[in-house]
Structures are given as structure tokens and as C-alpha cells.
Design a protein around this ligand. Structure first.
Ligand code: NOJ
Length: 546
């Protein structure tokens, strides 16, 4: 089948984590000025949209995902003029701007919360979720926050608890309050007027908490027990109708996807919610459960459910996950091969590819020597919980090193000079010491680099509608490390084959001939007979069938 044409489907979205991208004023922290300096680099890579993680005023308990003023830029990142200069520079280069909207919660330093916590009967009292203590004086229910510990915090001034799914400094906003909801929508209207092209909408599955008994109160993990309730969908539809649809902006929601149907509910064109969805999976769960076999199962199921009128956000990395080459590939002996294979997998799938800063040069995980070196609030809390549960310090550190979101947040590696060219000052988070070997400058000079492989894939996508609008059919075996599929559109058919292992594999597929044209591969030669493609370690190959 042919997918309906739409501009958001043709985007290749590059995610910038502003704190770590480029320091423009020499304080060791990335900023908007630095981002603007790197626009030519992004243009050269070929992407046509940038999603920037939050740049609004924030005390940075969760690095910008705790917003104290939605109408101002974080001082460390610059000024509104700097933001406008970045926007204009991006637009001049044909790059769309996608802002991160954090509307499930604010910072506890936001003026609304500062007022709300003072009493039970002021103008802002009901802007957040407050409940009386349980009979024993404890929290209203047993929900745990995503970052560990209870999801409830007691405030003596009100004699009540407020709900926070994330850190206690991130109180959840009350979408059930009509006035609060309108004020929240005003934030979106403000940024629309500023010329934004789209939004990535943070943690949006839990707007309706279901505290009146619709959510499962006995479940400890708050986010899964009350995710995706009907009320949440209604709030999203209202927001989209009032603020997004009139301006035809692009949207990608970060949501909980327990079943393919959940993904369809958020992305179906008929429902008026988002264009695509980023399913949230906690890093520890991803590390423990991912496999090529599970990838294939998921691909098949979601394709069937979404193909009529839904769409996919495709990503292997972001600021909440370990580095993709360390997680799904091999960051040692097969670093280059596996980084390229993952790139090829990402870009050949149906959906819009998201590239997280640094993956285009194969940046890897880092192992910081002590828990004190970690900045990520999630890692620090997780470490504490592990110790409380009896783990040794060595064990807790080892697990933290693997799951930490700081793996993805180390500064961008631009060149082999001090601090990798990110800043002349000591960076807020250490640069990965491998910056001397893995950096942008080196890869720009090397025709065979991971960077150039990404560039080729992005160009191919621009020139070949089959990669965007083509149908998708898996042809590899259900089990095992080879993921192979056909993309087809109006007489054109491409076969994409990816070996997710360092062992040699073989794909048997009748339609392929020994002399079929290779469109792209991470190995320079190909051997094979009619009907089969032998695969070396982490080999990826895109073959033209017709
Ligand atoms: C998801 C964001 O991606 C993550 O970085 C953040 O900590 C939580 N939402 C809370 O806003």
C-alpha cells in the first residue's frame, strides 16, 4: 500500500540536547549561540528538522524538564534573541524547529506552584494535584515516582500531599482545572506565534490521573497504572484542535505504548491527536529485554495496526537512553560496522527517522569512576535505592554506569582539541575520553566515516520516495539476528537486510539475484548467489529488486 503524502513524513529530525551540543560563551555549558554556530554542520548532514530538548527557564533539577517560566529562555542557554537567531538561521537553511513541550508538570519554582502550595483556597490552589493524607497520615496511595520513592510529597502549609510522577521538584499540573488548562494552552499559542514548526510533547500519557478510581491504585508504579486513560486522549484532542491543527504544526508525543493499539490511538489521522509517537521504555527495561527477535515482532505488529492512517517516530537513541552503538551494536571490534548497520536500519524503516546528536559519528557510552561524577537525577536516585535494597557500592555503580542517561549526555565530540572542541572551559559533564579518535572533524575528512554513511542515507531518502512512502514487508525469519524487509512503491522494490550480530549469517530470499544492484552497504564488496545474501559481522545491505 502507498502511504498518504504529508510534510511531516518527509522529515529527518535531529535531536539537540542543548546543554551538551556546543558551548558558545565559554562557560562549559552548551547554549543557543553554540547551536547556531553549528547549523552549517547540520545542513551538511542533510537533516531538515531540529528538535531541541527544553531551553526554557529552569532550575535544572531534571535539566530543563522542570520549567519555572515557559515564556523565558534559560539564562545558561542565552536570551530570546539568541533563540530567534537560531530559528532564523535554521529556517534559512530549510530546517524546521521542533520545541519540547513539558506540560504534564512544571518546576516547583514555577509561580503557579509557589502560590498553589500556600493554601487550599487561593487562585492557584487547584492548578496541581493535591490530596489529603491517608488515614494513617501517610501518602494518599502507594504510587511511586518514575525517579524513585513515593510519587507524593507532603506540604505542611496545606496539610496535604501533591502528586509528582517525576522528581519532587516536578509537581504534576492539574489538567482537570479549566482555567489551568487554558493557561497551559496559552503557552503553546505563544510559541506558535514565535514561528515554531512543531512540538515534541513530553510525558503526555498521564494527563488524566484517574484518581477517582479509574486508575489501579494498588499498583506501585504510578505511570503505568494510569497511562492512556480516556480523559488524557480528550485533553490531547482539545489541545490539538485549539492550538496545533489551525497552524498545521507537526507533533510527536512521548507516550506509554503497551499495545500497538495504544500507538494507533495517539497517531491515527482520524483521531486528531499526534502525527507520531515516541514510546517511552525505561532504559533498564530496554537493556534487559531488547533483541532483534523482539524488534521484528514489534515491527510486524505495529505496522499492521498503524499502516492505514498512523505513523512512526523511528529512533534508536535519545537523551534518556544509553548510546545506540553501545546498546544494540558493538562499540569495540565492530564499532564502525555496527554504527553504520544501525543507521541503515533506522533510515530504511517506515516512519520518520530521529537522529540524536553524536550518533552520526558513533559516540559511545562512558563509564564515570564514581557516582558523584553523575549528574542525572534518575541515576543518582537509582543508585541510592540499590544501596538501600542491599546492593554493594561496586554493584550499584556498575548498574548505574550501564543505565545512566548521562551516557547520551556527554558533550558533543567536535574535534581532538581540548574538551573535544565543545568548550574551552571545564564542561558541566566530562567529555568521553575517546574524543581523540571519535570526533566530527576526523569523520568529515574520511569518506568512509559513519558521518558520511548517515549523509548518504539521508540523501537517499530525499531522492527516493520508496523510503518514505513505500509499503513494508518483513522477509527474514521470525527468530534470530537478521532483520530483512522489502519496501515497495509503484513498481520500485528495495530489500534492506541488517545483521544484528558479529556472527556470519545468511538471508535466503528468492527475489534476489547475484547481480542485483547494491544501493548501499557497509562492506565494499558483495558475494552471493541467486536467492541468497551472505552477511558478515553487522553487515547491512540495501539491494534494488526492481
Ligand atoms: C521524559 C524526558 O525525555 C525525560 O528526560 C524527563 O526526565 C521526563 N520526561 C520528565 O519530564
Amino acid at each position: 500500500m502507498k502511504h498518504k503524502k504529508d510534510w511531516f513524513k518527509e522529515l529527518v529530525i535531529y535531536q539537540i540536547y542543548p546543554r551538551s551540543f556546543q558551548d558558545g560563551n565559554g562557560d562549559g555549558i552548551g547554549d543557543l549561540k553554540g547551536m547556531a554556530e553549528r547549523l552549517d554542520y547540520l545542513k551538511e548532514l542533510g537533516i531538515n528538522a531540529v528538535w531541541m530538548s527544553p531551553v526554557y527557564a529552569s532550575p535544572n533539577v531534571d535539566n530543563g524538564y522542570d520549567i519555572s517560566d515557559y515564556y523565558r529562555i534559560m539564562e545558561e542557554f542565552g536570551t530570546m534573541e539568541d533563540w530567534e537567531a537560531f530559528r532564523d538561521g535554521a529556517h534559512e537553511r530549510g530546517i524546521a524547529i521542533i520545541m519540547d513541550l513539558v506540560l504534564n508538570h512544571s518546576s516547583d519554582l514555577h509561580p503557579w506552584f509557589q502560590e498553589s502550595k500556600k493554601s487550599r483556597d487561593n487562585k492557584f490552589s487547584d492548578y496541581y494535584i493535591w490530596r489529603d493524607p491517608a488515614e494513617d497520615g501517610g501518602a494518599p496511595n502507594g504510587w511511586l515516582s518514575v525517579f524513585g520513592g513515593s510519587a507524593w510529597e507532603y506540604v505542611p502549609e496545606r496539610g496535604q500531599y501533591y502528586l509528582h510522577f517525576f522528581a519532587r521538584q516536578q509537581p504534576d499540573l492539574n489538567w482537570a482545572n479549566d482555567e489551568a488548562r487554558e493557561k497551559i494552552l496559552d503557552i503553546v499559542r505563544f510559541w506558535n506565534k514565535k514561528g515554531v514548526d512543531g512540538y515534541r510533547i513530553d510525558a503526555i500519557s498521564y494527563l488524566d490521573k484517574g484518581l477517582d478510581g479509574r486508575a489501579d491504585m494498588s499498583q506501585a508504579f504510578g505511570t503505568s497504572s494510569c497511562a492512556n486513560l480516556e480523559g488524557t486522549h480528550q485533553y490531547i484532542q482539545e489541545m490539538v484542535a485549539k492550538t496545533i491543527a489551525p497552524d498545521h504544526l507537526m507533533t510527536v508525543g512521548e507516550v506509554i505504548v503497551n499495545t500497538p493499539q495504544d500507538a494507533w490511538n495517539y497517531t491515527s489521522a482520524s483521531r486528531g491527536e499526534f502525527n507520531m509517537a515516541i514510546p517511552f521504555i525505561p532504559p533498564i527495561v530496554e537493556i534487559e529485554t531488547w533483541s532483534p527477535t523482539n524488534f521484528k515482532k514489534n515491527l510486524a505488529e505495529t505496522y499492521e495496526t498503524l499502516k492505514k492512517d498512523g505513523w512512526w517516530a523511528r529512533f534508536l537513541s535519545n537523551h534518556d537512553k544509553p548510546r545506540q552503538v553501545s546498546l544494540y551494536g558493538n562499540d569495540g571490534a565492530y564499532w564502525k560496522e555496527s554504527a553504520k548497520m544501525l543507521a541503515s536500519y533506522l533510515h530504511t524503516l517506515p516512519g520518520s527517522p530521529f537522529v540524536f546528536q553524536g550518533e552520526e559519528i558513533g559516540m559511545t557510552n562512558i563509564k564515570l569512576p564514581s557516582i558523584d561524577d553523575y549528574n542525572d537525577i534518575d541515576t543518582r536516585n537509582y543508585y541510592k535505592t540499590m544501596l538501600q535494597e542491599g546492593a554493594s557500592e561496586e554493584e550499584a555503580l556498575r548498574v548505574s554506569q550501564n543505565i545512566s542517561r548521562d551516557n547520551a549526555r556527554t558533550p558533543m565530540q567536535w574535534n581532538s582539541s581540548v574538551h573535544g572542541g565543545f568548550s574551552l572551559a571545564e564542561p558541566w559533564l566530562p567529555v568521553n575520553p575517546n574524543y581523540r579518535e571519535i570526533n566530527v572533524e576526523q569523520q568529515l575528512q574520511d569518506e568512509d566515516s559513519i558521518f558520511h554513511f548517515y549523509q548518504k542515507l539521508i540523501r537517499l531518502r530525499k531522492e527516493n520516495p520508496v523510503m518514505v512512502y513505500g509499503d513494508f514487508q518483513l522477509v527474514s525469519e521470525t527468530e534470530g539476528p537478521v532483520i530483512a524487509f522489502i519496501r515497495s512503491l509503484e513498481g520500485t522494490a528495495w530489500l534492506a537486510v541488517h545483521n544484528f550480530s558479529e556472527e556470519e549469517q545468511k538471508l535466503c530470499w528468492d527475489g534476489v539475484r547475484a547481480d542485483s544492484e547494491v544501493i548501499l552497504s557497509n562492506y565494499s564488496s558483495r558475494e552471493g548467489r541467486d536467492g541468497e545474501i551472505p552477511l558478515r559481522a553487522y553487515e547491512t545491505v540495501i539491494v534494488k529488486l526492481s
